[in-house]
Design a protein around this ligand. Structure first.
Ligand code: CP
Ligand code: NVA
Length: 305
């Protein structure tokens, strides 16, 4: 039984395999074909935090594959009525896979430990592997290759950044991250990333220009993630010099794309000019969430085209 807690759970060969399934299913989708690879399968989506992209792209993708998506919100009493272990043991008797969005990464790991079915991390404070898979797939579509290219991250060293760094290490991309000193990964966190992606060429800097100068893709995300709302004002001050604006994009390689996992706080981490500009691929990224997740599900549940 396979789980996807972080991209440490996937080898480079498995990522390539998932991308091949994704490409096939995306092409068929564009032709109006829906391949029922998961008939009769039921996948539960258990979310502690809000979501547009992750929830809807999973629900729609599962529908395309002939399966049933079951959204579970607060009314299950998740985390309140019974232990996580009991919750996971019981829920996994009914469904074939579980997608979980939780505040704490340990919540998803604990569910996976006790579940009798596959569990997929749909975002935690630690990582967002489905986002990173879709993003790497998007860069592969746009640039044609991943190996040897650089992803430049500007802003908070958060869940999405961590997943992309791991993913870059797996697919042979370099990862350069610029954050204020106080928000950079600790030595232990860097050691964890390098343990799981030993080939990663990682550069950590405080200089946004250094992060973008070799990048084929310039990426940013909100300065305060879900669960950090009380730090919003402090972070807005601390990250003020890390906005991705036209001046910063001008320092990137010619033809570099702008990426953001969304939702964005326009006027903070990115200007309207950049996110709405010709280099922005944020809508393609969001669209690829669905295609990449269909690839993950087909691979995980052993039903490939
Ligand atoms: N990027 C992303 O995961 O978006 P949602 O929070 O809307 O799911
Ligand atoms: N870093 C953001 C990503 C949202 C998709 C958060 O965790 O809120």
């Amino acid at each position: 039984m396979k789980h996807l807690m972080t991209l440490a759970d996937l080898t480079d060969t498995e990522i390539a395999h998932i991308f091949a399934i994704t490409e096939d299913l995306k092409m068929k989708f564009a032709q109006g074909l829906r391949e029922p690879l998961l008939p009769g399968r039921v996948i539960a989506l258990l979310f502690e935090k809000p979501s547009l992209r992750t929830r809807v792209s999973f629900e729609a993708g599962i529908g395309h594959l002939g399966g049933t998506a079951m959204f579970l919100g607060a009314d299950t009493g998740f985390g309140k009525r019974e232990s996580l272990a009991d919750f996971g043991r019981v829920l996994s008797q009914y469904v074939d896979a579980l997608v979980v969005r939780a505040f704490r990464h340990t919540t998803v790991c604990e569910l996976a430990e006790h579940a009798a079915c596959s569990v997929i991390n749909g975002l935690t404070d630690f990582g967002h592997p489905c986002q990173a898979m879709a993003d790497l797939y998007t860069i592969r579509e746009l640039v044609g290759k991943l190996k040897g290219s650089t992803l430049g991250w500007v802003g908070d060293a958060n869940n999405v950044a961590r997943s992309l760094a791991l993913g870059c290490g797996k697919v042979g991309m370099d990862f350069v991250i610029a954050s204020p000193k106080a928000y950079q990964w600790s030595e232990d966190e860097i050691a964890w990333i390098q343990q799981h992606a030993p080939n990663l060429n990682l550069t950590v800097t405080t200089d946004p220009v250094e992060a973008v100068s070799d990048a084929v893709a310039v990426y940013t995300d909100v300065w305060a993630s879900m669960g950090q709302e009380s730090e919003q004002q402090q972070r807005a001050r601390d990250f003020a010099a890390y906005q991705v604006n036209a001046q910063l994009m001008a320092r990137a390689q010619k033809g570099a794309v702008f990426m953001h996992c969304l939702p964005a706080r326009r006027g903070e981490e990115v200007t309207d000019e950049v996110i709405d500009g010709s280099q922005s691929v944020v809508v393609q990224q969001a669209a690829n969430r669905m295609h990449a997740q269909k690839g993950i599900l087909a691979w995980m549940l052993g039903k490939t085209p």
